[in-house]
Design a protein around this ligand. Structure first.
Ligand SMILES: [Zn+2]
Ligand SMILES: [Zn+2]
Length: 180
């Protein structure tokens, strides 16, 4: 089953969060990564929505939950989660969001892990709704081939590639039409 890039605005997000945290647990165990309590709480804050959140907002939320932390601890957790591919960073706004592929995937564990791992190599393409803030994540193809052929011609060595496309999601467009 293919999931829509953008979740329905009225969907039950607790299901998404549960899926994502379950996946993170399994993934870290399989990859031999230490999913500490702090890393887990940082991911939980990020997974609370399909939107991006800044490091200081995460700090504030954790403080509200009674966890007073130094910014460096949160940044370290963010680095870990980013390296593990569990979250991504929007370079334009320096905010973090959970890898959208892990929210509602109903694939088997093996497929999930394989898909997740190969996603690290592909260019990351994000659709960012400037109205509601929700982020849709698309697989690198078909632009992957185009980028590859250009960089090969140029002899350019790619470190990472990320494309941020801003606009308005279809739900927000519809609600704007309804308001007119
Ligand atoms: Zn959701
Ligand atoms: Zn929107």
């Amino acid at each position: 089953m293919t999931n829509p890039l953008f979740p329905h605005p009225d969907h039950d997000h607790s299901g998404c969060t549960t899926n994502l945290m379950k996946f993170a647990d399994r993934y870290c165990k399989q990859a031999g990564l230490r999913f500490t309590k702090l890393r887990r709480s940082v991911l939980e804050q990020i997974a609370a929505s399909h939107k991006a959140i800044g490091a200081y907002q995460i700090l504030d939320k954790l403080a509200a939950d009674g966890q007073k932390l130094a910014p460096i601890s949160v940044y370290r957790s963010l680095d870990f989660l980013q390296d593990a591919g569990l979250i991504h960073r929007l370079e334009s706004t320096n905010a973090y969001f959970a890898c959208q592929r892990n929210f509602n995937d109903d694939h088997s564990e093996a497929q999930l892990l394989a898909k997740h791992k190969c996603s690290h190599k592909a260019p990351l393409v994000f659709l960012i709704c400037e109205d509601c803030g929700v982020i849709g994540e698309i697989e690198g193809t078909p632009i992957e081939g185009l980028i590859e052929s250009v960089v090969r011609t140029e002899g350019f060595k790619v470190d990472r590639s990320q494309l941020e496309i801003k606009g308005i999601c279809s739900s927000c467009q519809n609600s704007q039409i309804n308001k007119l």
